[in-house]
Write a protein that binds this ligand. Structure first.
Ligand code: XMP
Ligand code: MG
Length: 172
């Protein structure tokens, strides 16, 4: 893909096992509640689809996106959460991320959601890189913890390509 070679890292079966585990844990913790999943695009679309197919309680889903700009000031990159039109007051919200790396993206989403006074807010990610994580927010549900390596497939891209792959690959 592009200029790099990739080798298989997680097979579809292992990924789906991680997805099911997360779906069951969320359901167990939200018994009798109606959950609003907020999936962070683009990467989480495949995880979100499989997670909802495996979620046995009442739920709704909405999609958000983090847009980053390189501003003209020295402060570097600024980001903005777009697509959050839902009224979150009184809702039980679960953020769905494909991968939590440093945790900066998650923090942006989390704080924006928190400002809207949900009844509860939890974080679910399919993939988690504990060695790269610099955040202080709890990762309530993590499907699969992985080493600090760049991976692609199952929604995750390498410069736009690879989101359609069923398995997850790493650069060799
Ligand atoms: P942070 O560092 O903010 O990163 O937690 C989160 C976002 O960065 C992307 N990301 C990756 N994308 N392979 C990818 O294809 C990776 O190994 C990887 N690590 C981070 C991803 O978009 C995620 O939402
Ligand atoms: Mg990407």
């Amino acid at each position: 893909m592009h200029d790099k070679a990739f080798s298989i890292y997680l097979e579809e079966d292992a990924i789906l096992e991680g997805v099911k585990k997360v779906a069951e844990q969320i359901h167990r913790d939200h018994a009798g509640q109606r959950v609003l999943f907020l999936a962070v695009l683009n990467g989480s679309f495949m995880f979100a689809a499989d997670l909802l197919k495996n979620y046995e309680g009442d739920c709704e889903i909405s999609f958000v996106k983090v847009a980053s700009y390189h501003g003209m000031s020295s402060s570097g990159t600024v980001s903005e959460l777009i697509g959050l039109t839902e009224n979150l007051e009184g809702r039980h919200v679960v953020i769905l991320e494909d991968i939590v790396d440093t945790g900066l993206t998650l923090k942006k989403v989390y704080l924006s959601v928190m400002q809207r006074n949900p009844s509860s807010l939890k974080v679910a990610t399919l993939l988690f890189k504990p060695d790269a994580y610099k955040g202080d927010l709890p990762i309530d549900y993590a499907g699969i913890s992985i080493p600090n390596e760049f991976i692609v497939g199952y929604g995750l891209d390498y410069d736009g390509l690879g989101r359609n792959l069923r398995n997850i690959y790493k650069i060799i």
